[in-house]
Design a protein around this ligand. Structure first.
Ligand code: LLP
Length: 427
């Protein structure tokens, strides 16, 4: 988070509160989220795109009722991809017309509920879904606003599991072979649907804007084809999320302003050339808003030096609160935050307490050689896809999320308890 500094004793403080105090009050492991930073990032996105565009925060990165309220207050919209996320959004007061509903296999119940409550758009991901949503809308006497998600065939330079616009993966309808154009043609014929635009999401943790530019270019090409063939000018395009953040000092991410500028320029230029009305643009950043706003605080438990290799530092959490290192080979950094140390750096690997050797939080890190059990260490940039992908592996209790703001801290998602675990176990 932006506001982490050190006091005279070398203790890190966030929002003016020492991490040692946070650990005492809230326990470890725990995620601490800087509310002011979250809100500032929302505003940065809204300002970068301006009033002729819409920013939808991608709830999958991290969603809670407090987050929904902040988004609402900052004027952002929300992208949800499950009934559970929809429930959280509505419960916390997000107006339905500011919600986009996603997913490649929405259940009949999810579709019906989304249409019934009147979500602002459903993003259709397959030919079956075009028919299903049209049918539900019609039977409810409604016309549902929809976008058609297409795959533009861009190779985003990111981990294979989080890239989504190349051909051989499950999302969207390929532009290739005229499939996407055919999907739009079918959707336009159905009374239950109001086709408002085309959606493209090329992947996640992307540093290079060129992939977005190619996607925008191809989406505009499809708009032109639709206009030429059906005489319809679709009014909106959504270019998804995916902007990368800095996990380590080596990462050099783009700013919302960079991507807004690149996208606006290319869309405006190409629409003018094709004599198309410039569509309203929307984007769906998740990681770039919430990722940098939080860190995970752990307590060091055991320390095991392996001669000639490295020192294994075990913390009180692990792959159950951050699966990203194991799943994507993700890089993180780590720092001793409960005191100052001038000891020599020691090559370390921060590992969790789970029963497998892949339970790694930070693969390679330098921690001071005088590190001791009881020290607190912090892993920054864990706001996105850590709590939201947390698990109960080994019956771990998922950590709380604590929002820190203006010298105060409050729990927004509480720590799980053993009673929570037992409550689900009804055998
Ligand atoms: N829109 C759509 C349709 C998406 O599928 C996603 C992410 C986003 C927006 C937001 O992307 P972001 O701005 O956060 O990159 N669990 C992985 C990331 C999966 C991303 C899934 N979709 C990770 O931890 O890296």
């Amino acid at each position: 988070a932006k506001t982490v500094t050190r006091n005279d004793d070398g203790v890190a403080t966030v929002g003016g509160i020492e991490v040692t105090r946070l650990a005492e009050e809230f326990g470890t492991p725990a995620y601490f989220l800087d509310e002011a930073d979250f809100r500032a990032r929302c505003r940065a996105w809204a300002d970068a795109f301006g009033k002729d565009a819409d920013v939808f925060y991608a709830g999958k990165a991290f969603l809670s009722r407090a987050v929904v309220k902040w988004l609402h207050e900052e004027g952002l919209n929300l992208d949800v991809c499950s009934g559970g996320e929809l429930t959280t959004a509505l419960d916390a007061g997000m107006p339905a017309d500011r919600i986009a509903f996603h997913g490649n296999n929405k259940s009949p119940e999810e579709i019906e509920r989304a249409v019934r409550v009147g979500v602002g758009r459903i993003v259709l991901d397959s030919f079956q879904e075009i028919v299903r949503v049209a049918h539900v809308a019609q039977s409810l006497g409604k016309r549902q606003r929809v976008q058609i998600r297409v795959t533009v065939g861009v190779e985003a330079h990111t981990h294979e599991f989080i890239a989504t616009a190349h051909e051989d993966q499950k999302f969207g309808i390929p532009l290739a072979g005229g499939q996407a154009a055919e999907a739009v043609r079918r959707a336009l014929q159905l009374d239950g649907l109001e086709v408002i635009g085309i959606h493209s999401h090329i992947g996640s943790q992307i540093f290079d804007t060129s992939g977005f530019e190619v996607a925008a270019h191809r989406v505009v090409g499809l708009l032109k084809q639709i206009r030429d063939e059906h005489g319809v000018e679709l009014p909106e395009i959504d270019l998804g999320g995916g902007l990368g953040i800095a996990y380590t000092p080596d990462d050099d991410p783009r700013e919302p302003h960079d991507i807004a500028k690149a996208l606006n320029e290319i869309v405006t230029r190409e629409c003018e050339a094709a004599r198309l009305r410039t569509p309203r643009i929307s984007v769906e950043p998740g990681r770039a808003i919430v990722g940098p706003t939080a860190f995970t605080l752990y307590e060091v438990g055991t320390i095991k030096p392996l001669e000639g290799l490295r020192t294994y530092v075990s913390v009180d959490g692990g792959m159950s609160d951050n699966i990203r290192t194991a799943l994507y080979d993700a890089e993180y950094s780590v720092a001793l935050v409960s005191r100052r140390s001038d000891a020599e750096p020691m090559l370390s690997r921060v590992v969790g307490k789970h029963c497998e050797s892949g339970d790694i939080v930070v693969k390679d890190a330098f921690l001071p050689a005088d590190l001791a059990p009881g020290d607190l260490i912090a892993v920054p940039a864990t706001g996105a896809y850590c709590r939201s992908m947390a698990s109960n592996y080994n019956h771990a209790l998922r950590p709380p999320v604590v929002a820190v703001a203006d010298g105060g801290a409050r729990v927004i998602v509480r720590r799980e308890t053993e009673e929570d675990l037992l409550r689900l176990d009804v055998g």
